[in-house]
Design a protein around this ligand. Structure first.
Ligand code: BGC
Length: 352
């Protein structure tokens, strides 16, 4: 079967390759891939900066944002042929650690977890894959192709889940939310903010095009980077979705009202910033602020994300997908274009 693969660590190795059919030990459910979404992590893996192949293999099938249709499911799995499904990315470690043992593999404490399409396990950018039901999530058929947005939505569903858990440490009545970055993660974070009824600001560098319009259609306020200070001073919750924390930290001492700041963007090391650690410390302490990171998602977050997508305006969700590229033209899918929000790679669906 055809699959998009890389030799991890080797830039320029990405290729549409012929790979063996998925082995039975991968699970009793055979899924026909319909589409995979492409994100920054895929581009880092293609750039040789990230990712690892399954033990003993040279190539890694990439793709972790998926949508598929069940082709065959063993009885008792809870799935049947034709079901629209999304595969979970992370697998608990083999030890297992206390977090993984509790199903919180997104919080794996020893780093021995694996991630499909990213770390030590083949991904979903193949015509077919096999999976255990524990790691498969049914998607409302009404969503159709929009189900491919489930995995990125899980990332922000987890961020919101943890913000709310931290928020329960004391009486709290947040009103305003600032999201930095109007890419797919930022826009989905803003969707979940407006679903909660918060006054929401989304910051990005661009001044025109689809991103500001997508923000306004949510009933949120679009803020250009230069106007960050004011929105930042007002926000009770900040979700950072660019990987450029320094932008927030450099916005000045007016950050005193920050209560909970969640970082979701994976950044490169070595960024230089002019930050006063004393001021940061002082603000964090005197305002009881929390700065925390959030990555990946567990099954509970897939369920929360599925609900959020079901409640969202399907026209708005559809406009997040700015390009759909067929498998035969796969190289175009991985070449970023200026107006891209979410690009998806479409697989021929043999079950139809
Ligand atoms: C994925 C997460 C994953 C993270 C780090 C992200 O792009 O959405 O599921 O945990 O990369 O590998």
């Amino acid at each position: 079967m055809r699959a998009i693969t890389v030799i991890p660590g080797q830039q320029g190795s990405v290729a549409l390759t012929d790979m063996p059919e998925p082995p039975d030990e991968d699970g009793p459910i055979l899924v026909q891939t319909q589409a995979v979404g492409i994100c920054g992590t895929d581009l880092e893996i293609i750039g040789g900066e990230y990712g690892s192949a399954p033990p003993g293999q040279d190539r890694l099938v990439i793709g972790h944002e998926s949508l598929g249709r069940v082709a065959e499911a063993a009885p008792g799995t809870g799935f049947g042929a034709g079901d629209l499904v999304v595969g979970i990315v992370r697998r608990r470690d083999p030890v297992p650690c206390p977090a993984c043992a509790a199903g919180h593999w997104d919080m794996c404490m020893n780093g021995q977890y694996t991630e499909r399409g990213i770390k030590g396990r083949h991904g979903y950018a193949s015509e077919r894959y096999r999976i255990h039901p524990e790691y498969l999530v049914a998607v409302d058929p009404v969503l159709g192709i929009l189900g491919v947005l489930l995995e990125p939505t899980t990332v922000v569903a987890k961020a919101w889940d943890h913000i709310e858990k931290i928020g329960r440490r004391a009486a709290w009545a947040p009103e305003k939310v600032l999201i930095t970055g109007a890419g797919p993660i930022g826009l989905l974070a803003a969707l979940l903010a407006t679903q909660r009824g918060y006054q929401t600001y989304v910051l990005d560098r661009v001044t025109e095009g689809r991103k500001p319009e997508m923000v306004r259609r949510l009933g949120a306020t679009y803020v250009h980077s230069e106007d960050l200070g004011e929105a930042a001073a007002e926000a009770d919750i900040v979700i950072e979705c660019t990987g450029h924390l320094q932008m927030l930290l450099e916005a000045g001492p007016q950050h005193v009202r920050y209560r909970i700041i969640c970082l979701t963007g994976v950044s490169a090391a070595g960024a230089e910033a002019n930050v006063d650690p004393g001021l940061l410390n002082r603000n964090m302490v005197l305002q009881n602020s929390v700065l925390f990171g959030s990555v990946n998602a567990n099954r509970h977050h897939y369920e929360l994300a599925a609900k959020a997508l079901a409640q969202a305006d399907s026209g708005w969700l559809g406009d997040l997908i700015t390009r759909q590229v067929p498998l035969d033209q796969w190289t175009d899918a991985y070449a970023r274009q200026p107006d891209d929000i979410k690009t998806i790679l479409g697989f021929p669906d043999a079950s139809r």
